[in-house]
Design a protein around this ligand. Structure first.
Ligand SMILES: NC(=O)c1ccc[n+]([C@@H]2O[C@H](COP(=O)([O-])OP(=O)(O)OC[C@H]3O[C@@H](n4cnc5c(N)ncnc54)[C@H](O)[C@@H]3O)[C@@H](O)[C@H]2O)c1
Length: 287
């Protein structure tokens, strides 16, 4: 029988080996999913790395713990998933792509132009895919198709969260603290400048920029809003406009525990994204 998502035969003996970099909320969720349900999808764990290795003890079998990230080659992973921090993408993304497909869990890292270009080049040259998980982005593949056809003219992503759901420093952090009574617009402008200011909060916007390379991080507009009246969910609104009066607006409500940075549905979305990572050649692929 053919698996609907992966396209693999259920009797396929060759399993894809998955390396997980980062063992926080997302990393732990993905490792558990792989342990519980990986074989059914033809996936097995190749390694788990975390900056603080003590966190792995007792939950990840010793032989699957990777001590030094630079030793990742020994584990012969087919796909490596970063769910740690944008700096891992910037420092190691290129070497990951030379050896394996690479799913970037922190796409805000790609707002750094050198990193984006370096990773696109490594992917092309090695024939390995740079996967961008859709996360909370609705309609990402439709945006990509519109962009591919040269029809996309403008794209705006608005994200609204309770002030306690932001992890912000500096000026934006101060603005968010002031949003106790009424909603406050924290930022409205190109996504490129916002990513380094709010790296943990705007991955969805960064994914939209990668889905629409004709606009990219300078052309896609991001609007970040703190709203004290949204304790249980995050809102992501997308507005795409194209030629001849074409437009699409979507509004997604993503249930989230009070103060949570990541909405509950985003965890399941990451797992679905991983199931798509079967190797799509040397290119960027929204999954
Ligand atoms: N694409 C999306 O839609 C989306 C959604 C949620 C989270 N994310 C991103 O995925 C990443 C992980 O999210 P999470 O919720 O699991 O976070 P988390 O804080 O729960 O876990 C992060 C893990 O990475 C480690 N880490 C932190 N800083 C590091 C550094 N500088 N170098 C190496 N390791 C470091 C931490 O020790 C921790 O184990 C974050 O960058 C987050 O912004 C993306």
């Amino acid at each position: 029988m053919v698996n609907r998502i992966t396209g693999r035969m259920s009797g396929d003996l060759r399993r894809r080996r998955v390396g997980i970099v980062g063992y926080g909320h997302l990393g732990q969720y993905l490792v558990k999913q792989l342990q519980d349900d990986g074989l059914r999808h033809g996936l097995e764990l190749a390694f788990v790395w975390n900056r603080d290795a003590r966190k792995l003890v007792g939950t990840v079998p010793e032989e699957l713990q990777l001590g030094k990230l630079t030793d990742f080659l020994e584990r012969r992973a087919d796909v490596i998933i970063e769910v740690a921090h944008p700096c891992i993408v910037q420092d190691h993304g290129e070497s990951f792509l030379k050896a394996a497909d690479f799913m970037v869990g922190s796409p805000t890292a790609l707002a750094d132009l050198d990193t984006e270009l370096k990773l696109r080049k490594a992917s092309r040259e090695a024939g390995h895919t740079l996967y961008i998980p859709s996360g909370a982005l609705w309609g990402g593949q439709d945006i990509q198709r519109l962009d591919d056809g040269g029809l996309l003219q403008a794209l705006t992503v608005t994200m609204v969260k309770h002030p306690s759901s932001f992890r912000l420093g500096g000026h934006l952090g101060e603005l968010a603290k002031g949003a106790q009574q009424e909603r406050v617009v924290l930022y409205d402008g190109p996504v490129r400048r916002l990513c380094p200011l709010a790296p943990n909060n705007v991955n969805t916007m960064a994914a939209a920029c990668m889905a629409a390379p004709s606009l990219g991080f300078d052309g896609v507009k991001g609007c970040l809003i703190a709203d004290p009246n949204l304790p249980n969910y995050h809102v992501v609104e997308i507005e795409a406009t194209g030629q001849g009066g074409f437009s699409v607006s979507t509004k997604r409500k993503n249930p989230a525990a009070c103060g949570a940075v990541t909405g509950a549905a985003t965890f399941a979305a990451f797992w679905s994204s991983l199931l798509v990572c079967q190797g799509h050649g040397g290119r960027v692929y929204l999954c």
